[in-house]
Design a protein around this ligand. Structure first.
Ligand SMILES: NC(=O)c1ccc[n+]([C@@H]2O[C@H](COP(=O)([O-])OP(=O)(O)OC[C@H]3O[C@@H](n4cnc5c(N)ncnc54)[C@H](OP(=O)(O)O)[C@@H]3O)[C@@H](O)[C@H]2O)c1
Length: 353
């Protein structure tokens, strides 16, 4: 009998689910035990993800009813939710209720925004609809794995892609008391950040060869970034965030600027960042400018910094689907099952994508 940990993936046909599947198929301790699709139950998973078809064999998408039964029958399982916000919370709650009734013990990492808030009211204020399962919120911790060694809850909420890049760059500055608590963030994301369903602003002809901002100073992820930064650093900082649509499919580049509390050179800031992330296997701090191509499709984050005595700029490049979603989620799931956090995640970026 296999001793591998059975994995269930929710939101099956989405881009993030595809990346979770790619990582699970290459993971030495996980094995795929079910992929739920709301829209395509019974269809081959390899049809939605032709790049994974050979490794998936004949795996087909399953209905919520079938996945509920599976979770209730497996003594333990690792559940990744890549469902949309507004759907994920209630779906996870239904599955956990079935597991509780059967006495089984799934661990969940939710990649949607549904369990990132510590209260249902705070969630509803941002997302303009009621939370799907308020009683579950206390069972989730939201943090970038590099900023919290252990989750004290059974389940984890992934903070998201822009948040991961912004927090990796900002939290050391705040924790080490290097900057005034007002940070200016400019971020550029690839088109896979908008998911599989094409909409006008994310459509290839619109986006290709172009660069434009959207939701400037009004992006819905800012309250999540603010809360995660405060939890990780102990400092309640203001984040002024301007996201941009970039003309590439994968990756995020973020620049965080702030006023230094005392004069520092760029080299001194780099030393501080290196010390802060000395035990973070996926974070590389270097004086060269971080580039999206060096991290795209990997779980690595590259950080760089510049300072002129008064101001500091910290740049961070990650892959939105991997480190910013599926990879960060696998990193947390590894920890929830007592595995080394790097398990199945150390493949380097291809470099030319
Ligand atoms: N894309 C990124 O870079 C990124 C980064 C961090 C976090 N996230 C978060 O990860 C989640 C997935 O993102 P994505 O980019 O993969 O989105 P996506 O490509 O739009 O996929 C989401 C999937 O969820 C399922 N779904 C949609 N409506 C549903 C409904 N009413 N009930 C049940 N399932 C439904 C669909 O799959 P089925 O019909 O097959 O179930 C859909 O393909 C989102 O919550 C997103 O905010 C995304």
């Amino acid at each position: 009998m296999s001793t591998r940990i059975p994995v269930i993936v929710l939101g099956g046909t989405g881009y993030v689910a595809g990346e979770v599947l790619r990582l699970v198929l290459g993971h030495p301790q996980f094995e795929l035990a079910g992929v739920m699709s709301d829209s395509q139950p019974g269809e081959a998973v390899g049809k939605a993800f032709p790049h994974l078809a050979a490794a998936l064999g004949g795996v087909v998408f399953e209905s919520q009813a079938a996945i509920t039964q599976r979770i209730a029958s497996l003594p333990r399982s690792a559940v990744f939710s890549a469902a949309p916000h507004g759907v994920s919370a209630a779906l996870i709650d239904t599955l956990l209720q079935a597991a509780e009734a059967a006495g089984t013990q799934p661990r969940v990492v939710d990649i949607s925004a549904d369990y990132r808030y510590s209260s249902a009211d705070a969630y509803a204020a941002v997302y303009k609809h009621a939370h799907g399962a308020p009683a579950r919120i206390a069972q989730f911790t939201c943090a970038v794995p590099e900023h919290l060694a252990h989750a004290s809850t059974p389940h984890v909420a992934h903070p998201g892609c822009f948040a991961t890049a912004t927090l990796l760059a900002s939290v050391p500055l705040l924790t080490l008391d290097l900057v005034e608590p007002r940070l200016f963030v400019s971020g550029v994301t690839g088109s896979t950040g908008s998911g599989r369903k094409p909409v006008d602003g994310t459509h290839h002809p619109t986006r290709h060869s172009d660069l434009y901002s959207y939701n400037a100073l009004a992006h819905r992820h800012v309250p999540e970034i603010t809360a995660c930064a405060a939890a990780a650093s102990g400092v309640h900082a203001d984040f002024a965030f301007v996201p941009h649509s970039g003309p590439f499919a994968r990756g995020i580049h973020v620049t965080v600027q702030a006023t230094l509390k005392r004069p520092l050179t760029g080299e001194e800031v780099l030393v501080k960042l290196r010390e802060y992330y000395a035990r973070a296997p996926f974070v590389r701090v270097d004086k060269s400018a971080p580039r999206v191509k060096d991290v795209a499709s990997s779980n690595y984050a590259h950080l760089g910094a510049a300072a002129d005595g008064r101001s500091v700029a910290v740049m961070c490049a990650i892959d939105n689907l991997n480190k910013g979603a599926a990879g960060g989620a696998v990193q947390w799931m590894n920890r929830l099952f007592g595995l080394a956090e790097t398990t199945g995640l150390t493949a380097p970026a291809p470099g030319w994508t």
